[in-house]
Write a protein that binds this ligand. Structure first.
Ligand SMILES: [Zn+2]
Length: 231
């Protein structure tokens, strides 16, 4: 895809466990668009990755957030503060959670589960909730809905792919050369699969979103967790 799309690689260490996240940069005629931005505190790593791909961070015009989880929107507030010209976009259903108008759904889910957790997992549950309580909200400048089309990366459209969260969106190339799946699909054992089905806010919807994604038979699927999947 050359210059029309770049895949960043954010690397995190949690104890002995290494985690990689793959935000994508899409180029349009007048836009440089980052899709998702990593955990809170990722600004420095993002800038480094952008420069590694010959992209000046201040060239970014827009940040698209696929949904409200902290590994996707975590660095949005710090990015916006450093580069105020960046416009933040998300679906209308995710926007109030991203902007902090409503309590993050993952935090609500975590708090609701806390009472049911066995004693030896309560500390982990509490840490999980704290992560989301510290998540810095950011206001959404423009909402994106199903069928919205852009010239990014040779032409693409917004797909609604609910389930993981209610307003999750993905981005599909109009010629099906690629799909950016966010967390609507991850790579597991060389297959496209549901991300953490136990965390899906609506598992049935997530399953049907995954089926729709697969049915497009895109040349490649760019998964935030897992990277590039080709059939
Ligand atoms: Zn994720």
């Amino acid at each position: 895809m050359g210059r029309s799309c770049e895949i960043l690689d954010l690397k995190y260490k949690f104890g002995d466990v290494e985690q990689h996240l793959f935000p994508v940069v899409l180029f349009g005629k007048d836009e440089v668009v980052l899709v998702d931005c990593g955990y809170p505190g990722s600004l420095g790593m993002l800038e480094e990755q952008l420069r590694l791909h010959d992209i000046q961070p201040d060239a970014l015009t827009r940040l698209v957030l696929t949904h409200q989880d902290d590994d996707h929107m975590g660095a949005a507030a710090e990015l916006k503060k450093m580069y105020p010209a960046i416009r933040i976009s998300a679906s209308p259903a995710e926007a109030p959670y991203i902007s902090g108008e409503l309590k993050n759904l993952r935090l609500q889910q975590g708090e609701a589960l806390q009472d049911q957790l066995p004693d030896d997992q309560k500390a982990f549950g509490e840490q999980f909730c704290d992560r989301f309580r510290r998540l810095r909200p950011v206001s959404v400048d423009e909402t994106l809905s199903a069928g919205d089309r852009f010239d990014w990366c040779g032409g693409c459209e917004i797909l609604e792919t609910p389930g993981h969260t209610p307003g999750h969106i993905s981005i599909r190339a109009l010629d099906n050369a690629y799909m950016i799946t966010g967390d609507a699909a991850v790579i597991e054992e060389n297959r496209l699969a549901l991300a953490n089905p136990e965390f899906c806010l609506d598992r049935r919807a997530a399953q049907s979103s995954l089926e729709r994604i697969v049915q497009f038979h895109c040349g490649q699927y760019i998964c935030y967790h897992g990277g590039i999947w080709k059939r």
